[in-house]
Design a protein around this ligand. Structure first.
Ligand code: URA
Length: 434
């Protein structure tokens, strides 16, 4: 087989066979196919797209490009949850312990922040001592004993995606449905969980800006997951405004802990109930949505989810006392309220720009190598639909110094758009694809 011929076949709109796709993925992973040919191929896929069957073959070839986790020896139901990336998305920190309390073994390999979106690993590392590098043997032990693990990807899990993602990032080929599907689903399949719930974000702060694109991506990932033999469900959720009230690593951990303590009843908890009920029903642990949600709520009410989170933090080397004492988490030295220029109802909150404000404060990485400041970020005191008086605080900036805080406050004022008329609150869920 010749790579040049396969590039031409895709460029001219042909359908690639399983063998041809395997040849490309294997050849590229081993370094036999150079970056320039892979770039041309990715661009051909970008314009000509792939059929669902090609996306499946691409996903499976990528899944088997390195080692995979075998969870068949784990007792009970195994599940995984994935978000396509958003701003203020701390769902895993709340949902994973809730499900672990209900007997679901949650095996999660998470990522770091990407661009303006936050990463679960960065959030967890704001807990003193917390470790995300877990050797495979310990991963399995912890999964069996604690019922949950949230770790970084091991070096040899889906090496094809590591190379392809880095190349897509610099060749304008990230936002293609088949390429995103194979990138995300190969990692989910390689991690081995039987039930997979995908939180497909839609709106300004996500990779999919329109409902149509989000729906196509959700359908593509669900199809590939189910064809690969996993119970896969996708929930399309809002990312026009940040999720919940905090953006920034330690701030998000504080909000997650407050939610686990039962002190917060907002959209973060609602989203956990939606995603959690999909997992419980898809894996046969609840007969219907209401039963699932009531089981999930009981883990907050009886304190077991908070206790599970503490157990998980301890198992991964962190200080479990954070669940009682939030002052053990990093705290930014400067906190500045951001005041509304005019009175009215909040009509829009630009999640993308708010994500970038947190990034510039030091909450995300500007280059691959740069470190992050876990303490900085933004607390949103108001959300879309809320009424704000002139001069009233709608957010608080947490910054390393006064100059950063003032710059962030000015940027935040430009992220909020007001209306004189009442504005309905945004729906959280736009659809469920099973
Ligand atoms: N997240 C991934 O892991 N891969 C993509 O292609 C996009 C988002």
């Amino acid at each position: 087989m010749l790579m040049s011929e396969l590039i031409i076949k895709k460029r001219d709109g042909g359908t690639l066979t399983e063998e041809e796709i395997q040849f490309i993925v294997e050849g590229y992973t081993k370094g036999e196919i150079p970056d320039y040919q892979m770039s041309a191929f990715l661009m051909a896929v970008y314009f000509q797209k792939m059929l669902p069957i090609e996306a499946l073959h691409l996903t499976l070839a990528m899944t088997h490009s390195g080692e995979t986790l075998d969870l068949s020896g784990i007792t009970g139901v195994t599940a995984d949850k994935h978000s396509t990336g958003g701003v203020g998305d701390k769902t895993s920190l709340v949902l994973v312990p809730m499900l672990a309390c209900l007997g679901v073994k949650m095996a999660k390999m998470s990522g770091r922040g990407l661009g303006h979106t936050g990463g679960t690993l960065d959030k967890l590392e704001s807990i003193p001592g917390f470790c995300v590098d877990i050797p495979q043997e310990r991963f399995m032990e912890q999964l069996e004993q604690v019922g949950m693990v949230i770790a970084g990807q091991t070096a040899n899990l889906v090496p094809a995606d590591k190379k392809m993602y880095a190349l897509r990032d610099v060749t304008g080929t990230v936002d293609n449905i088949a390429l995103i599907t194979s990138s995300i689903m190969s990692k989910k399949l390689a991690t081995g969980a039987q039930t997979i719930v995908l939180d497909v974000k839609m709106g300004k702060g996500s990779f999919m800006k329109t409902e149509e694109d989000a729906r196509l991506l959700a359908q593509s990932m669900v199809k590939v997951g189910n064809l690969a033999g996993r119970n896969t469900v996708a929930v399309i959720t809002d990312m026009d405004q940040p999720l919940g009230n905090t953006v920034g690593n330690a701030l998000e951990v504080k909000e997650a802990i407050a939610t686990l303590r039962g002190e917060h009843n907002g959209e973060l908890l609602d989203l956990c109930l939606e995603l959690g009920s999909c997992i419980l029903t898809a894996s046969g642990l609840a007969a219907a949505e209401e039963e699932a949600k009531s089981k999930l709520r009981s883990t907050i009410a009886d304190g077991s989810a908070l206790q599970k989170f503490a157990e998980f933090v301890q198992a991964q080397g962190g200080d479990p006392r954070v669940v009682q004492d939030l002052t053990l988490l990093p705290e930014a030295p400067v906190q500045l309220d951001v005041l509304a220029k005019e009175a009215g109802y909040i009509a829009e909150m630009d999640a993308l720009e708010i994500g970038k404000v947190s990034l510039r404060l030091g909450g995300g990485r500007v280059t691959k190598e740069s470190g992050i400041d876990p303490s900085v970020g933004v607390v949103l005191l108001k959300k879309i639909g809320d009424v704000v008086g002139e001069g009233e605080a709608f957010a608080t900036v947490h910054a390393a110094n006064t100059a950063d805080a003032e710059a962030a406050a000015a940027q935040l004022r430009d992220c909020i758009f007001m209306s004189a008329e009442p504005v309905p609150a945004k729906p959280l869920v736009y659809g469920i694809i099973r």
